[in-house]
Design a protein around this ligand. Structure first.
Ligand SMILES: NC(=O)c1ccc[n+]([C@@H]2O[C@H](COP(=O)([O-])OP(=O)(O)OC[C@H]3O[C@@H](n4cnc5c(N)ncnc54)[C@H](OP(=O)(O)O)[C@@H]3O)[C@@H](O)[C@H]2O)c1
Length: 192
């Protein structure tokens, strides 16, 4: 059994669908009720209440955990006590500690990424550059205004350090990172 927290969010929802499609048994966790693919079990629980998560985690093999609540260590303790052997943590920009820089094998611009998706589709994709104000107005539709400036700075005006290729993927996986074009070709069905 794989327990997916944040199961109704931007990240969790497609993960639950992908796991269910792959035939994996899934327990989806969120505070509010949710519509889920057939066969997926839903449990209402709050990450701020690790004890309330214990019945959900008992007997699970794996946990997909997002950073929420005040005591992640207590959640890890409950997972370990319940027999969970594998945990994938969805981090946030605010997290510190050991950091891996995950990049592809070469820098690539948004315009080049659009071109690569067009090549994979064998169809022309038009790239439309937004002004900073247009991008800010669009992002403010789905994230709080005070939060917009951080991602906007990274996306709109990346620092030299943010454009450097890192060797960390090679270090972790023991193989070179794949190109964006390769990813687009393998996932072309998602763009049709
Ligand atoms: N989206 C991204 O591109 C991205 C990138 C990097 C990191 N992250 C991080 O990943 C996390 C999830 O992102 P998201 O975009 O998927 O968020 P989201 O769309 O806002 O979804 C959050 C999910 O978590 C659940 N949730 C929130 N607080 C909870 C709590 N206290 N207990 C139990 N469930 C809770 C929500 O359901 P209920 O409200 O019903 O509980 C919902 O299913 C965030 O911490 C975010 O910072 C996101």
């Amino acid at each position: 059994m794989i327990v997916v927290t944040g199961a109704t969010g931007n990240v969790g929802r497609p993960l639950v669908h992908a796991l269910a499609q792959a035939g994996e048994p899934v327990t989806a966790v969120s505070r509010r009720p949710a519509e889920l693919p057939e066969g997926v079990r839903h449990r209402q629980a709050d990450l701020a209440d690790p004890d309330g998560l214990r019945p959900v985690l008992d007997g699970a093999d794996a946990l997909f955990l997002l950073v929420a609540g005040e005591d992640p260590q207590a959640i890890l303790g409950a997972a370990k006590a319940g027999g969970v052997r594998r945990i994938v943590l969805l981090s946030t920009q605010g997290a510190g500690g050991r950091t891996y820089e995950l990049t592809g094998p070469a820098p690539i611009t948004p315009r080049q990424r659009a071109q690569a998706i067009g090549d994979a589709l064998d169809a022309p994709i038009r790239f439309i550059e937004q002004s900073r104000d247009e991008a800010r107005a669009q992002m403010a539709q789905f994230m709080p205004e005070p939060v917009v400036d951080g991602p906007l700075a990274i996306l709109g005006d990346p620092l030299p350090a943010e454009q450097r290729v890192s060797l960390d993927v090679q270090k972790i996986l023991g193989r070179a990172p794949r190109t964006f074009a390769d990813w687009a070709a393998r996932n072309v069905a998602a763009f049709i």
